[in-house]
Design a protein around this ligand. Structure first.
Ligand code: SF4
Ligand code: SF4
Length: 87
């Protein structure tokens, strides 16, 4: 399971992360931050669906989101590569 954390005070409520999440687990909360934006969040009940793809963190223009991967090593899945494309 993976998880994401939001630094809510930086969020501008643009919801790009909502669009980017393949699991569709990011939503706009009812909370406002001090800048007056409704912040994005992953509800606790949905966090276990996070696959740690980091799409949300990549699209966020304000560096709000950190992704923590806590995958267990699988013997059969060796050599996972990470692509480093320039956006
Ligand atoms: S890491 Fe991927 S699955 Fe998890 S919340 Fe971000 S976009 Fe969604
Ligand atoms: S992309 Fe970043 S700034 Fe925009 S709503 Fe998501 S967390 Fe907030």
């Amino acid at each position: 399971m993976s998880r994401v954390e939001f630094v809510e005070e930086r969020c501008k409520g643009c919801l790009l992360c909502v669009e980017a999440c393949p699991q569709e687990i990011i939503v706009q909360s009812e909370r406002f931050n001090q800048q007056g934006y409704k912040v994005a969040e992953v509800p606790k009940a949905k966090m276990e669906q996070c696959i740690g793809c980091a799409s949300c963190a990549e699209v966020c223009p304000d560096f709000v989101i950190s992704v923590f991967r806590t995958q267990k090593a699988k013997p059969a899945a060796k050599g996972a590569k990470k692509e480093g494309g320039n956006g």
